[in-house]
Write a protein that binds this ligand. Sequence first.
Ligand SMILES: [Ca+2]
Ligand SMILES: [Ca+2]
Ligand SMILES: [Ca+2]
Length: 353
Amino acid sequence: MKKLFLLLFPVCLFSQENCFDDGQKHYRSGMGLLDIKDTLESILFNNPKHVKFKENKNNTSYEKDEMYDFGDSASPTISIEKQTENKKITEKFSSFFNNQFSYIQFQKEKNSLYAVAQSSSGYWLLEIKNKKPKAYYIGFSKNTYINRNQKEKFIQNNKLYLDGSFLTVKSKIRFAEMEAVKDYLTFEVNLADIKKDSDNDGYNDFFEKLIYLNPQSKDTDGDGISDFDDLNPLHKSEKGKFISLYEEIIDLDASIYCNSENHYSFELYDSDCEYFQKVNPQKRRVLILSGTQAYQLNDDYRNLLGTFYGRIKNGSDEKTFYIPYFKKSSGGRIIAEYKNGKWSIFEDLQFKV
Ligand SMILES: [Ca+2]
Ligand SMILES: [Ca+2]
Ligand SMILES: [Ca+2]
C-alpha cells in the first residue's frame, strides 16, 4: 500500500514542479546528442526497415553532389530547358506548399505530379493529384543524405528510388562538416509504405511517429481539432494565467514558416511545464515536446529545437516574473509583469544565464 502511494504522489505535483524555479539547475535535455559520432555499424543498425539500399558506383559521390546548390546552373545534368520547366513546376508546388520545402527533383506521371523535397524535418515526397496537394514524409534515418542530382525518373513500379549516401559527423569543431561513411547508394522505398495514413488525418504514419503524434488517431490530444489542423496537436489547450504568459512568449519567436497555413513546419520547443504545454496559439504551429521526447528525438529535427525556456522565477513583488532562455548560441531572460489580468513581457538581452 505504502509503495503505491509513493508512486502516485509525484504525479499530482507535476505541473507546478516543472514550471517554477526550485533553486536547482535544469539543463535542456537532448542537447549534446550532436556530438555523438555515428559509426557505420550503428547507422546500418538504425536504418528503418522500410528503407532498402544498394550500391551503385555510377551515382554521384556525396562530396561532389554536395557542391551543387539547389537549382544550380553549374549542375551538369540540368539543361536550360529543363531548368525553365523546373521553375514552372516549382511555382506550382509552392502555390500549394508556400515556402516549406526545397525541391530536389520532379516527375510527371499520367495523373500526378511528384516532387522529392526537403524541409527542416527531412525528406518528403510531394504529390499534386487533381489539384490536391499531399505530402508524405519518407522516414529516412537522420544519417541519410539524398543527392540533389537524381536520375530522371525516381518513381518506377510503385517504388521510390533515390540516390544518396549515409553520413556521419566528420569534425566536432564545425557542426556542419559531414562525410559519407557509405557512398554511391540508391535507396528504395515502397510508395505504399510512405503513403500509409492509417487514421486518414492527412499526415502519413512516418511523420506522425517522428513528431510523437498518434498515427492511429485523427485527434491525438482529444481536443476536437484534427492533428492536421491543430496548432498545438500534442496537448489539449486550456486557459490560465501562466498559460497566457507562455502564449505571449511563443509569439516572440514568430517565424514565417510556422504559421497556421503551413502544416509541415512547426516551431519546436521542449518543456516539461504543463502551463507551457497547454498553450493555445493563434497564428503559429507549435510542437511542445517533453524533455524525454526531445532527448529521444532521433531525427533531423533534433537540430531544430529552438529557444529553450527555463523555469519561472518569482520576483519580490509577486507581479514580476523572470524566465531564463537559451538559444543555440545565446541566452537571456524574459521579464514578465502581470497587471490587470494582462501580461507585459520584455526580453532582457543583457542578462547572463
Ligand atoms: Ca495520419
Ligand atoms: Ca493522427
Ligand atoms: Ca487535436
